[in-house]
Design a protein around this ligand. Structure first.
Ligand SMILES: O=P(O)(O)OP(=O)(O)OP(=O)(O)OC[C@H]1O[C@@H](n2cnc3c(O)ncnc32)[C@H](O)[C@@H]1O
Ligand SMILES: [Mg+2]
Length: 207
């Protein structure tokens, strides 16, 4: 499919190089090609505190559109422990940075339930430009928190064992296998389908 002309490509705004790497792989694979060009820009956007995952994601995307002055997509990943009623959730980045994998796991030491979900972080968000509607696409993968196994180059991948992985942590899986069942792969698939089906609407909003 040829790409539709837009004044500007959609800019994926993120400060995280590993996210960008996966998003590129996911967009390059799969049956449907995106009807628009996607580029990326490294901006560390401020994130709301004390708000719901969805409010955090929407506000970040709104700021990204103002910054880029054109169409953008962003994403926010949460890691939610069932025993901790959804925490650390959107604050996983700060927990991981301060605690590291081992101490992160100790948070669950007092609980039987080690299950977690990597949720809404893939909250992928899409916005056609400053002041335009922000659309949210929610991808979720269930699993449990385990002792770290596998390469440690991407966030909490070593301590998250998805229920569908046959016992491997995200870090131990190939990129293709992770992307096929990951929160990011699922949310991005929803965004892709929406854009394919609403290309006209989105192009008009961005014009
Ligand atoms: O600029 P942005 O896109 O916000 O990038 P970020 O690194 O700040 O990312 P988040 O705010 O979404 O915080 C999510 C945290 O979870 C980590 N993370 C995100 N996706 C992950 C994945 O698929 N596997 C493992 N860790 C992940 C990421 O490194 C952060 O520490
Ligand atoms: Mg962030």
């Amino acid at each position: 499919m040829s790409k539709r002309a837009m004044p500007q490509p959609i800019v994926f705004v993120t400060g995280n190089a590993k996210k960008l790497e996966e998003v590129k792989q996911i967009l390059a694979s799969g049956a449907e090609e995106l009807p628009f060009e996607v580029t990326s820009q490294k901006v560390d956007l401020p994130e709301l505190q004390g708000a719901s995952c969805e409010e955090i994601a929407v506000e970040k995307c709104r700021l990204a559109a103002l910054e880029v002055k054109g169409p953008v997509m962003c994403e926010d990943t949460s890691l939610c422990y069932h025993a901790l009623k959804g925490l650390p959730g959107p604050y996983i980045k700060w927990f991981l940075q301060s605690l590291g994998h081992d101490d992160l796991n100790k948070l669950l030491a007092g609980y039987e339930d080690k299950s977690a979900y990597a949720q809404r972080g893939c909250l992928f968000t899409l916005c056609a430009g400053p002041g335009k509607e922000v659309r949210v696409f929610d991808g979720r993968t269930e699993g449990k928190i385990v002792e770290a196994r596998g390469p440690t180059d991407f966030g909490w991948d070593p301590v998250f064992e998805p229920s569908e992985s046959g016992g491997q942590t995200f870090a131990e899986m190939s990129k293709e296998a992770k992307n096929a069942i990951s929160h990011r792969g699922r949310a991005l698939q929803l965004l892709r389908t929406w854009l394919v089906n609403h290309a006209e609407t989105f192009a008009q909003e961005a014009a």
